[in-house]
Structure formats: C-alpha cells, structure tokens
Ligand binder design. Structure first.
Ligand SMILES: [Zn+2]
Length: 106
C-alpha cells in the first residue's frame, strides 16, 4: 500500500480545492488554491462516494442513481457497512500517513 498526500505539481502547495461534478458519473476535479492550476481529476466508481456525516437518505440517493447495484442487497445494512468501514479506513490511513510524513502531516 502506498500513502500519498497530494500537492500541486506546479507550485508545491497542499492547499487544494475539490470540485465535485455529478452527471452520468461523479468526477472530482482538484484545483490549487494558491496558483489556481488544475492538479488532478478522479472519476468516482458507481456508488463509491461516501460523505462523512451525511445520513442514510443521502446514501440512498447516491445508490438510486445506480439501480443495477441495488439488487439483492439490504441497502440500509450496506450504508452501515460503508459508514463504519470508511471511518476505520480513514483512521488507519491517518496512522500510515503519520508513519510516512511524521505526526504533523503536511
Ligand atoms: Zn499550485
């Protein structure tokens, strides 16, 4: 596993802005807040977006955009899994990032 804290390849800043676009798919465009250059683009996998602190209804709306993914799954149970795992993954990620970059993350 590799851990990487993103920075602007033009000016080296880590002061970045995520701009989300929802259309047929979900895309995240990353812009540098300091030099305003385009840094990166991510395409989120179907129902792959989880927003911490948002409720089940919000999750349901994101899943509803991908009806093929709903069959045979208890969506409320799925939400609970994603909610728990995302927080655990994030906590674990912070530990690994601190091991690589030190306790004061860049
Ligand atoms: Zn920059």
């Amino acid at each position: 596993m590799e851990i990487h804290i993103q920075k602007c390849q033009a000016c080296g800043s880590r002061n970045l802005r995520n701009i989300l676009q929802r259309d047929r798919d979900q895309r995240v465009y990353v812009q540098c807040r300091d030099c305003e250059k385009f840094v990166a683009r991510y395409i989120v996998s179907p129902a792959g977006y989880f927003h911490a602190g948002k409720d089940y209804e919000s999750f349901l709306r994101s899943v509803a955009r991908h009806p093929d993914l709903q069959s045979g799954r208890d969506i409320r149970e799925w939400f609970a899994e994603v909610e728990n795992h995302s927080q655990e993954e994030f906590d674990s990620l912070l530990e690994k990032a601190a091991a690589k970059y030190g306790p004061d993350l860049p």
